[in-house]
Design a protein around this ligand. Structure first.
Ligand code: 2YJ
Length: 285
């Protein structure tokens, strides 16, 4: 998974509020409604304002990313949650979050990004939340996916999870990756998934695309009227691609955080007391 950088997330806090307008235009829902819908709950069932969220900066691996914690805090605030970044990092930060009675603790190292619900002791994982959120957004933007062909670009962790979720939605899934073996692995793992060895051909053959790769996509390959949901960073599209596509849904952080937040809250709504489980395993399946 691509590591975020200070440069990639620098606009998150200032742009997070205008995301609502963009989402309404593209998928017919604002961020709160979208996050709830992704979890299969109604907007009125989650009172985001009741939740206190702590973000703990984590120094392990390549260390703290300037603006990362503040961006997660801004995304949680935009949902109506009360959020704060702990003064300390790591274990000291976690103890600070607990002693401040945070309901949900967000923390990320270079490999995992989780929202840990301190009431239910369960957690939502960013890889799952990103895949779930972007599949949901694609579905909303195109009036459902059942029986439709969708191409997943990138067979990494988000792409693989997206393939699994799309199959459950009843889509007919194609997958492509610059390393063809990875797409073939997914084909082997999921009955009905078709691996496409040539990335460019796969893109130009498909109108519905979920892009979970860090590569740039030439606009020449994009079909007119394409509907694209693109969690991949950096942003993959040029002017021509933007002109040809009907919709491109993309954001570096906030959408994933919103679904993680809704997932953590939904778990307490459903009063599921399980420890250390990824949200979907309980709520969706
Ligand atoms: O606390 C910090 O500032 C850092 N330890 C944050 C690290 C952020 N982690 C990543 O960028 C991982 N690749 C996961 C990010 C998932 C976003 N979709």
């Amino acid at each position: 998974m691509t590591r975020l950088t200070e440069e990639l997330i620098k606009d998150v806090p200032s742009k997070v509020n205008s995301l609502d307008e963009e989402l309404i235009e593209k998928i017919g829902m604002d961020m709160r409604e979208f996050a709830c819908y992704s979890m299969g709950v109604k907007k009125k069932d989650i009172v985001f304002e009741d939740y206190s969220v702590a973000i703990v900066p984590v120094t392990s691996g390549q260390g703290v990313i300037g603006g990362f914690s503040a961006s997660v805090a801004a995304a949680a605030e935009s949902l109506g949650m009360h959020s704060f970044v702990t003064r300390s990092c790591d274990v000291m930060g976690i103890s600070e979050a607990f002693s401040s009675a945070a309901d949900i603790i967000f923390m990320a190292d270079d490999d995992r990004f989780i929202a840990l619900n301190t009431r239910t002791r369960s957690f939502a994982d960013n890889i799952w939340a990103t895949a779930k959120g972007y599949v949901t957004a694609l579905s909303l933007a195109d009036g459902g996916l059942k029986g439709k062909r969708v191409l997943v670009i990138g067979a990494g962790r988000v792409g693989s999870e997206a393939v699994r979720i799309l199959m459950k939605e009843g889509a007919s899934v194609e997958v492509t990756d610059i390393i063809p073996r990875r797409a073939e692995d997914l084909q082997r793992r999921h009955k009905g998934v078709k691996a496409r060895p040539n990335v460019d051909d796969a893109i130009s053959d498909n109108r519905l695309i979920l892009n979970a790769s860090p590569g740039l996509i030439s606009g020449k390959l994009i079909q007119k009227g394409a509907v694209i949901s693109s969690p991949g960073v950096p942003y993959a599209f040029d002017e021509e691609g933007e002109k040809r596509a009907k919709v491109i849904i993309h954001d570096v952080l906030s959408l994933g955080v919103a679904v993680m937040a809704a997932a953590s809250v939904s778990l307490s709504l459903f009063n599921i007391p399980a420890a250390g489980v990824v949200a979907e395993r309980l709520v969706i399946e």
